[in-house]
Design a protein around this ligand. Structure first.
Ligand code: ATP
Ligand code: MG
Length: 152
């Protein structure tokens, strides 16, 4: 179930995902927390890659599958891309010291956010795999998240 003010966006192909990413990139604010949900291969990393490229980042954007975290600096913004799918347990979480990254300044883009006690989302992006393409459901949970969706 989704709230009536959710916005659903059809993404026919990868280019559509990258276009949405570019629109999101233009609305990012320091400290923003974005949760990315969806099955394996739904397009979460693809969306992050699109955001970084739209911000002018020209390096390789690799999935933090094993590192769990990849840091980026682009267009004057500090971004932290997490993929917590392979996080083992709370001990690994504590040892990793990721809490230091939740400083209210870094923009957090978090795949598999339910695996750890990460900060709550300003913006939740759910990606659904359709027979053809994907569907994105965007939900704003805070004033910052609502503002982002309004400008999208
Ligand atoms: N709108 C779309 N329609 C069809 N294919 C898409 C669309 N957007 C992205 N893709 C493709 O879907 C795949 C998504 O892979 P990606 O690594 O981004 O998934 P993921 O959600 O990060 O998975 P994981 O949970 O394993 O990290 C890529 O091959 C990409 O080309
Ligand atoms: Mg991924």
């Amino acid at each position: 179930m989704h709230k009536p003010d959710d916005s659903r966006i059809n993404l026919a192909d990868e280019n559509a995902t990258l276009e949405l990413a570019a629109r999101l990139a233009a609305q990012l604010q320091p400290g923003m927390v974005i949760h990315l949900q969806g099955d394996l291969g739904a397009g979460k990393t693809c969306l992050v890659r699109g955001i970084l490229n739209a911000l002018g980042y020209t390096g390789r954007v690799k999935s933090p599958t094993y590192t769990l975290l990849e840091p980026y600096h682009a267009s004057g913004l500090d971004l932290r891309h997490f993929d917590l799918y392979r996080l083992q347990d709370e001990y690994e979480w504590e040892a990793a010291g990721f809490r230091d990254e939740f400083d209210g300044h870094n923009i957090l883009l978090i795949e598999w956010p339910d695996k750890a006690p990460v900060p709550p989302a300003d913006l939740l992006i759910e990606l659904e795999i359709l027979p053809l393409g994907r569907c994105a459901i965007l939900t704003g949970n805070t004033a910052m998240g609502h503002a982002c969706l309004k400008q999208l």
